[in-house]
Design a binder for this molecule. Sequence first.
Ligand code: GLY
Length: 359
Amino acid sequence: MQKQKYPPGTKLEFASAKHEFHHSLSRYIGETEKNLILVDRNTEKHCLPLLIEIMPLISQTPYILLDAGEKEKNIRRAEHVWTELMKYEADRESTLINLGGGVITDLGGFVASTYQRGIRFINIPTSLMGMADAAIGGKNAVNINHIKNQVGTFAPPETVMIFPAFLHTLPKAEMLSGFAEMVKTALAFDASLFKELLTTRIEDLPEKRKDLIFKTASLKHKVAVQDFYDKHIRQCLNFGHTLGHAFESLFARKGKEISHGVAVAAGMICESFLSQQLSGLSKKELIQIQSFLQNNFPPLEINPEDIDQMLHIMRHDKKISGHEFKLSLLTQAGKCQHRITCSEEMIQQSLEYYISCSA
Ligand code: GLY
């Protein structure tokens, strides 16, 4: 089968200073087009003023406002945004500027890539999760009946502009959540980046260590370019996520929502255990990864009865076939192999391991 190539034209741009960000933006935002901005209540308050300060012309661009949060990532909100685009007479010459975290870039990308069969959009991520992962790579979607990303498109943004100054107003818990995705990408693809993250303070990321955000974003971009449609190597970006999603759903069902990053960190401990059992990760590296994650992320309290519940959740997860699970696991820190077969029994053992090491 012929490999599908990443659609041309997509860029990833980094700006450390306001003038650099202005320079990048001015290439996309002219005076004549009917552009629109998509924001949520948080980015309207904390990020839009900075965008306007840097590019005063933006103050004349109408914006569409959504409430903040994952619950907004649904088809009704998408319809609202389509309707707003019609109201403002957006057409094929228009660009939708998605200014926000993963919800805004996922939903905005979905709306733009379907409106009039597809208009241009650019992503300006304002969360660490967005800068390191979600805004990059052209996966756009909404949730259906609380099932994540059930309906969506693969359509690349014209550009993704990373400007870490937006992180100054991001709550600590959100920074932690994004940090988990940075660790994931490093563990899957770049041992030297992982080594750097081991000694990095999260509070240094927006300023002193923004180079690490840029490195992670570049890696993500490179992987998405190689495998835009998620058929092979891109699946390694799911490291920690099969178990991570099960943790997330378990706690949601208990009515104690946890952040995606905290769930993924717990998932990475389990999947590192599985990597040691199934794909050659050394015991030494397992211990190193585990203690690093335990030092940085809060432990999740689960009991043996929760394990059955998590296995039940995972059987309904789209990444399984039959009663075997296909996981992306590490062969060593910085190297990952996708589609490794894993039995339910092994998953159970990994959760028992998680309970024993967080006791
Ligand atoms: N967040 C995983 C991916 O974009 O493939």
